[in-house]
Write a protein that binds this ligand. Sequence first.
Ligand code: DX5
Ligand code: ZN
Length: 220
Amino acid sequence: MADLAVSLLSADFSCLEKQLQELKEADVKWLHIDVMDGNFVPSISFGFPIVKTLRKAFLGVFAVHLMIQDPIRYIKEFAESGSDMITIHLEACEDVEATLRWIRECGCKAGLAVNPHTPIEEVYPYLHLTDMVLAMTVQPGFGGQKYIHSVTKKVETLHKYLNENGFDSVLIEVDGGICLETALEAADAGSDILVSGSSVFKGNIGQNVHDLLEAMNHSE
Ligand code: DX5
Ligand code: ZN
């Protein structure tokens, strides 16, 4: 069964406490925090002081998605700010292996993300150091974009590879453009966690969470 991670990028920060409460009431377990540096991606979002503050208001899994160049420089701060899982981009690291090892040494689960056009096979050498692979289904940098359907095939390939090579415990996450129309396609390909931002915060949060969970698990 696939689960939902909610990206805070599309939240209304002027009433964040209320929105976090609605996520809790909807039984959301994963919070996805998009950190952007204006370098690896064009936008700037928020950094570890925000993660630290949010930690007090939400008890679920804190998954930080670092869209920053050379993320190894900031792993310790994000770990100390209360992250449970830290996901870095393969394309942004000088030394992917050292970065993943450092995340685990800092006490967090390690996620490895790839952009839509990066071949999924590039993550294979790092799977023994990885708790979750994140396949981006949009170009990283902005919420509210359209799901890139060609990534579904990559997820299927990865899912098969993980099962056939003893990596069954490695989770697959997809991120970007997840809505009622795309959730089932991503889940059926083998995704364990689907990240959604704009589709959660547009309108009634509780209803949206319910509908997205229903859509992604429809065939079961
Ligand atoms: C994109 C971010 C995503 C994004 C998802 O760079 O990594 O997490 O906020 O937002 P939606 O669901 O609106 O595509
Ligand atoms: Zn993200």
